[in-house]
Design a protein around this ligand. Structure first.
Ligand code: JEW
Length: 244
């Protein structure tokens, strides 16, 4: 997977690319990240990437020329890459979009700043606009990192076998059960007895029930879309009984 990141802050990506899953994917030769400095595609002495909005008003808008010239420099045809624009107006990013994007060989991610980019780039050069959620950011860089990390994890071989099973557990659609590690008694706070029992069937059932419990309490919206089997539905009924 190749990620080309169009930004006026290419250095922003330095440390995130030296750690964690992105670093691992790069080291393994499974992904490569190419930060492209939009200022390198300006033609004036001040390397200007923004300008005042037509119609007047507050703030600045990213000029279209440097973005188009940067895109052209990548020499990609529509079949070998998707062009993504990070924007609060985009589809809200989730795991199913991450899966869809992981099937691509190359993603070009445009990061705006200020009030965003000239609409004509979005109209004529962008395949998909993505938002990472309903809060205000100062630009697309942090959002692009979120998308890259989520997609990178899904590229075959980037995660170890154990870790990649975790993808399946989230696509199951519910939150995870609580986790505990040593010591079994910590400042008088005990680990649930069943986890120490060695009874694997009882542990599996407890974990499933606690996963359903935390999802029901905190993210009931997830339960509506989750893939639940008859046993899950029975456990949920029991949990609802407990509540009353
Ligand atoms: C995102 C690119 C470029 C936010 C989320 N937020 C916001 C906002 C901005 C300008 C005008 C109006 C609203 C800031 N901004 C961006 C924000 C992406 C830009 C400027 C963004 N995903 N992506 N949640």
């Amino acid at each position: 997977m190749i990620f080309d990141i169009l930004t006026i802050f290419p250095d922003f990506f330095r440390s995130p690319l030296r750690e964690g899953v992105l670093h691992r994917g790069i080291e393994a030769g499974l992904i490569s990240v190419n930060p492209v400095n939009l200022r390198d595609f300006t033609s004036d002495r001040h390397r200007t990437t923004d300008d005042r909005p037509f119609g007047g008003g507050e703030g600045m808008v990213m000029k279209p020329e440097p973005i188009l010239r940067a895109l052209e420099s990548l020499q990609i045809s529509p079949s070998d890459a998707k062009v993504i624009l990070m924007s609060p107006r985009g589809r809200v990013f989730d795991q199913s979009i991450a899966q869809e994007l992981a099937e691509q060989g190359r993603l070009v991610i445009i990061c705006g700043r200020y009030e965003g980019i000239d609409q004509r780039i979005s109209d004529h050069c962008v395949d998909m606009e993505l938002s990472i959620g309903d809060y205000i950011l100062s630009g697309g860089e942090v959002a692009a990192l979120v998308v890259m990390e989520a997609v990178c994890r899904l590229v075959p071989g980037v995660l170890g076998c154990g870790d990649s099973a975790r993808n399946d557990s989230f696509s199951n659609g519910i939150l995870e059960h609580p986790h505990y590690t040593r010591p079994r008694s910590f400042r008088g706070w005990e680990v649930p007895q069943v986890l120490l029992s060695g009874d694997h069937a009882a542990i599996a059932k407890w974990r499933r029930r606690e996963a359903l419990r935390v999802t029901m309490c905190r993210r009931p919206d997830l339960l509506e879309r989750a893939r639940l089997d008859p046993e899950d539905l029975k456990l949920l009924d029991e949990l609802r009984e407990e509540k009353h």
